[in-house]
Write a protein that binds this ligand. Structure first.
Ligand SMILES: Nc1ncnc2c1ncn2[C@@H]1O[C@H](COP(=O)(O)OP(=O)(O)OP(=O)(O)O)[C@@H](O)[C@H]1O
Ligand SMILES: [Mg+2]
Length: 543
């Protein structure tokens, strides 16, 4: 029978340096890691004349042959179980010329030495405790080294300056010996700058794993809340494995799944300890499933049914101390013309007059199930509009002025809330549609005085983010509204109100104001005094 067997080809030696990204960070990580594994408590790095020297006070190298044995290591069994060494790290320095001294011996590995040429091992006098590596490289500066040193547990000195050392987690971290790690949940703002340098600044789903100084991250968001999860490997045996050789990513094995499960539990425990939360109902139930009893979420709701800020809709106000249980939720399932019904209920609540408050609130469906979210509902909405006074396209909808508008809302607790209002929105009958998608916005003449133009603009489509600036568009819509009102109220009234409106800026109590063909304005005050304002432009033209 013919057989074959797996082997490692020597060719791999010539490519070993390419197992690493070739970055300075990668080299710093590997060399610090070896020192730490050798039990070093202190590493001294010096940069001189293009040469980098790294000296550690670890146990030193016993078997130099393991250094150049691609794939073999000489750490003990405990290290094997905790860290899963790959036996390739030192090759990150290939093909550089590297001098290594340890335990009274010295080797110089040069280009061919990395790929198989025998390297001579020489004796040196007392080389001191630990290991010294010297090689040509760009400077290993403090700023570059300190981020890899901070969580390594070793004192690292770069050209005489000591790198900061921080614990990766605090004593609050929960031990998970089965995974060889501790897990700590923190609020984002309780991370230090060293944690933050590894975290993306925007997303909430970064889990940071400290593999003895080397931080690896992955994305996972067990609960709907921006929390940070710190996983600190303790050095105990673990099934958690990093992708080799560079260890920049976790392997998705059984232990990884168990780690995620442990993180999820810790998240709920953190929330339980803190007390209040705003988690969706599903997650409240999930916590219970995991044996972690949480209180119900804090009532989370918005007053009114419309939202947005370009511009904001007219505000619905909940009286102080008015209980949520007396507010209403929209029963969107049973409503016809859903979107406009929501708008009309909002407008009814914002503009209507009632004996007892009518306060619709918006609660995300993810809260369905909590007791506080069970509110009576608004099941039916009617809008009655009076005689039409005029209509026109304004902005991106059709604006119609009518004599009166009444909105009626029927609720599941048998109440009827009805009131005259200044504005409502309706979807026109198909045949009436001026163009697809345009709504009919109804206003009464009083709306001109009593509503802000932005209250109306909201229903006319609001700010178009592909167009001009907000202010420019606001100005445009106000102009369009002015023209609209001028046709509704008649040209005489329009002119009168324009002129009258411009007098608002005059201070003091005046009796009458005249203006002549020269545009000269004379203000006569109640006390009989007069003020004459001549147009400088006209005055100059005359002279
Ligand atoms: N600073 C050091 N002190 C003592 N022994 C060392 C040191 N650096 C390397 N060694 C020895 O050389 C061997 C090879 O080191 P190398 O970094 O190539 O692989 P490794 O650390 O075993 O595995 P990994 O690929 O995970 O780095 C180590 O197993 C260790 O026996
Ligand atoms: Mg190594």
């Amino acid at each position: 029978m013919e057989t074959i067997q797996a082997t490692v080809s020597k060719r791999l030696l010539s490519k070993a340096s390419r197992l690493f990204t070739g970055t300075l960070d990668g080299r710093i990580i590997e060399i610090l890691q070896n020192a730490r594994r050798a039990g070093a408590t202190e590493v001294t790095i010096t940069n001189e004349k293009g040469l980098v020297t790294v000296r550690d006070n670890g146990t030193g190298i016993e078997d130099f042959s393991k250094l150049l044995d691609l794939g073999d290591s000489d750490w003990d069994q405990a290290m094997e179980e905790a860290e899963d060494p790959a036996g390739v790290g030192i090759f990150c320095l290939a093909p550089r010329k590297v001098t290594i001294c340890s335990n009274g011996k010295k080797i110089v590995i040069s280009k061919d030495g990395w790929t198989g040429k025998p390297v001579e091992l020489t004796k040196v006098g007392d080389s001191g405790k630990g290991t010294v590596l010297t090689f040509a490289d760009e400077p290993w500066g403090l700023s570059q080294v300190k981020r890899h040193a901070v969580f390594s547990g070793m004192k690292v000195i770069v050209d005489g300056k000591t790198c900061p050392q921080e614990p990766f987690v605090s004593s609050r971290a929960a031990p998970h010996p089965e995974l060889g790690c501790r897990i700590e949940v923190r609020n984002r703002d309780h991370l230090n700058q060293w944690h933050n340098q590894w975290r993306g600044s925007y997303f909430c789903d970064d889990i940071l794993v400290n593999f003895h100084g080397q931080v690896v991250k992955f994305s996972y968001m067990p609960v709907h809340e921006c929390l940070c999860y710190l996983v600190d490997m303790t050095g105990d045996p673990t099934g958690i494995r990093m992708m080799l050789p560079a260890r920049t990513q976790l392997i998705q094995n059984k232990a990884f799944k168990a780690l995620k499960a442990a993180i999820e539990k810790e998240a709920y425990r953190f929330i339980q300890k803190r007390g209040g939360h705003a988690l969706p109902y599903e997650q409240y139930k999930r916590a219970a499933e995991l044996g972690i009893k949480l209180p119900e979420a804090e009532p989370t709701f918005d007053v009114g049914l419309l939202s947005g800020d370009t511009p904001e809709p007219i505000e619905v106000i909940k009286p102080k101390d008015f209980p949520l249980s007396k507010c209403y939720r929209m029963n969107s399932e049973r409503l016809e013309d859903r979107e406009n019904s929501i708008a009309n209920v909002h407008l009814l609540a914002a503009l209507g007059k009632f004996e007892e408050p009518f306060v619709p609130v918006s609660i995300s469906m993810t809260y369905d199930g909590y007791n506080w979210a069970k509110l009576p509902t608004i099941d039916k909405v009617d809008v009655k509009v009076g005689k039409e006074l005029g209509k026109n396209y304004v902005w991106s909808q059709v604006l119609i002025a009518v004599e009166s508008i009444k909105i009626v809302a029927h609720t599941s607790d048998g109440k009827v809330f009805e009131s005259d209002v200044l504005m409502a929105v309706l979807t026109p009958e198909r045949a009436e549609r001026p163009w697809y998608g345009a709504d009919h916005v109804y206003v009464t003449p009083e709306a001109r005085e009593q509503l802000n133009s932005s209250d109306i603009w909201y229903h006319l489509g609001g700010w178009n983010d592909e167009g001009d600036t907000y202010e420019t568009q606001q100005y445009q819509v106000e102009e369009e509204l002015e023209v609209f009102w001028s046709t509704i109220i008649g040209p005489g009234e329009y002119l009168r109100s324009k002129i009258a409106g411009s007098l608002d800026g005059i201070k003091g109590s005046w009796d009458n104001i005249t203006i002549d063909t020269d545009r000269t304005v004379v203000i006569t005050y109640k006390d009989g005094s007069k003020k004459t304002l001549k147009s400088p432009y006209v005055a100059r033209k005359k002279s």
